[in-house]
Design a protein around this ligand. Sequence first.
Ligand SMILES: Nc1nc2c(ncn2[C@@H]2O[C@H](COP(=O)(O)OP(=O)(O)OP(=O)(O)O)[C@@H](O)[C@H]2O)c(=O)[nH]1
Length: 406
Amino acid sequence: MEPTRAKHQGLSTLNDNQTPLRRASWAALVYLIAGVAWIAFSDSVAEAWFPDPETLSVVQTWKGFFFVLTTGLVLFAVLFRQLAKDRALLSLQHSQRQALRNRERQLQVLMDNLPGMAYRCRYDPQWTMLFVSQGCASLTGYEPEELIENRVTSYASLMDDEDSERIFCEVKAALANDESFSLEYGLTCKDGSRIWVWERGRGVEEDDGTIVLEGIVLDITDRKELETELEELATRDPLTGLFNRREMSKVLEEELERARRYQRPMALLWIDFDHFKDVNDTYGHAAGDSVLRSVSRLLLGSVRSVDSVGRFGGEEFVIVLPEMDLDEARDTAERLRRRVVEAPQPLGDGNTVPLTISVGVAVYPEHAQNAAALCAAADKAMYLAKDRGRNCVAMAHLHDQVHNES
Ligand SMILES: Nc1nc2c(ncn2[C@@H]2O[C@H](COP(=O)(O)OP(=O)(O)OP(=O)(O)O)[C@@H](O)[C@H]2O)c(=O)[nH]1
């Protein structure tokens, strides 16, 4: 059993069975009975033993002294014991108060130096704060008093609505399993800036049975930005900002899977610049880079938001077009080809250069059933376009499918 509970139980037993009034009444009763018995018994014994009135009077006096001495000693022993107990209790209370003050001070130092904020809040949709540590000001820009018991500028009002819903569900699940929860979400600070935070907390039951949440919130904006940067580096082509080959392969697999599951068409465009080496050789590599960036923007701006444009390497680009059949894919490829021809490409020095592209088109499910075969079919069609004199669109051949799938 916990010491505090044992102490509480001991105290309540004392209170229930031995209240001061009862104890004092018992002591007085025992004293009265003993006193009356002593007087009656000792008087009759003295009278029997000392019939002479003079001697009896002396004996009565000594008997009185003896009674006073005995009761005085008993009183002394009882009072001494009680006062010693009171003194021990007072000194225990003093040391407990001292220990409590020390713990409060340590806790305060800890809270003030926490890299974030500690909180205690109601389990309600506003996350109404009952306590927040001083770190709240540097984390959110709000002073603790501005958030505590504030249902208008509540903690929930600093979150995005969809985050609020998600967090409420996650906390609910953690409480149901009597577990702590760990959350990541964005917050809007007092000055309007956005930060990312990590929160860890758990539900605590109050004496009246209501649940409150206690935990800490830390700023993880730097980590999140680094994660985003790393993700960009891992998925984007640094020159054009388009998806890189690896990410494009992933997108293609995912879109193919979706197309397969819902039995929908999906198209792949394979784009290669015509005579791009001449641009590099004539105007320099930097000018070539400028053209690559410009055409990338043009391609990206010419497709739907559901389409994905990626640079597969060099001057080869790939576009994944979900929900697009053969005819629509041909039209889209043709539209892109025309756009490139019609827009002279900037060389970065104020001058422009005309550029054309060759486009190969392959469509699921007509030309291929898997990503590798679809890429091979689109690539082959692109070379067909090159063979036809460049600046044109070529469709993958249906009879290639057998070859591709083998
Ligand atoms: N500036 C620049 N050039 C690149 C980059 N990647 C590849 N290239 C160039 O792209 C050119 C590709 O040339 P080729 O494969 O011979 O093709 P092409 O000249 O476009 O001719 P066809 O494809 O046959 O029409 C080469 O000169 C490469 O150096 C790049 O990141 N920047």
